[in-house]
Design a protein around this ligand. Structure first.
Ligand code: 13P
Length: 300
């Protein structure tokens, strides 16, 4: 069966919107009503008038949509798509850190569970982490769970004291600074654009640091012909689609998030047909987590 028209028919019948992250498989991106970074996807979920949100991404992203749009049915076609980084912070450990630093605000990266967001003061994504930390009326901040994004924020906002959690993204954390140097030698004119989840020594050597959507926007604005991309390979699909005359190389081999690749056309079709698996967030966690997310959206 050709699943594209079947999905399209069900999408209409169910009054559904299909949201996909920039790291999703190419065919899922092509199918989606909207493709974006974590921030844009959460904004879209908060505003949509669709009755059903099909979230093509990983679990914390669907959870974020369920927190922001409790009256909608949020479907996660790949219920086994977790995020190892999000599992690196537990609510009990966050509460213990708060006790140790009573004057500090907790800023939780959106790559966290709803239970962690519920004990955080603010959320952020890679697109707005610097702005959130700079703007909020706290001098001391517990930043979690990504240590590399935490280092990046700390460097951009030196006037604040940032207590950095030790988590990391397994995909980005393995990129080495020598890889940037090697690529500079082979492609001396190609700008290097990286995600802030890369280690600080990689970020230091890059020409641009930003979220996936910020990288896509920057490439469009730049005049170079060849670009080196330091983030998950799914981003190459939008980059190639939007810039047919430009060439792209990944900074490092193996920039692949296996969880993001768990979404398939069959699973999207199944989700729309069965209206399952549904992601929900119980109260009072949902309301508490929503406060942290809404504070972020108000700053962005
Ligand atoms: P973005 O903020 O660019 O969507 O990053 C998402 C992510 O999880 C990176 O690993």
């Amino acid at each position: 069966m050709d699943l594209f028209p079947a999905i399209e028919r069900l999408r209409r019948e169910r009054r559904a919107i299909i949201l996909a992250h920039n790291y999703q498989p190419d065919e899922i991106q092509d199918l989606a009503d909207f493709v974006g970074d974590s921030l844009a996807l959460s904004q879209k979920a908060a505003k949509t008038d669709a009755e059903v949100i099909v979230f093509c991404g990983v679990h914390f992203m669907a959870e974020t949509a369920a927190i922001l749009a409790p009256e909608k049915k949020v479907l996660l076609p790949a219920p086994d798509a977790g995020c190892p980084l999000a599992e690196m912070a537990e609510p009990e450990a966050v509460l213990a850190a708060k006790k140790e630093h009573p004057a500090a605000a907790v800023v939780a990266y959106v790559n966290t569970s709803a239970a962690v967001k519920a004990v955080a003061d603010y959320c952020c994504t890679s697109a707005n982490a610097v702005r959130v930390v700079r703007t909020i009326p706290y001098e001391e901040i517990i930043f979690l769970p990504d240590r590399n994004l935490g280092h990046y924020v700390a460097r951009q906002v030196p006037e604040k004291r940032i207590i950095i959690w030790p988590g990391f993204c397994v995909t980005h954390h393995r990129i080495r600074p020598e890889e940037v140097e090697a690529v500079r030698a082979t492609h001396p004119d190609a700008p290097v654009l990286v995600h802030p989840e890369c280690p600080p020594e990689v970020v230091d050597r890059a020409d641009f640091v930003g979220s996936t959507s910020q990288i896509i926007k920057k490439v469009k604005e730049m005049e170079a012909e060849t670009f080196i991309i330091g983030t998950e390979m799914g981003i190459l699909h939008q980059l190639r689609k939007e810039n047919p005359g430009k060439k792209f190389f990944l900074l490092s081999p193996g920039l692949l998030c296996p969880n993001m690749k768990r979404t398939t056309l069959e699973r999207v079709h199944h989700a729309l047909r069965e209206l399952a698996p549904v992601v929900t967030v119980p109260e009072p966690i949902r309301t508490r987590a929503r406060t942290a997310l809404e504070r972020m959206l108000a700053i962005t």
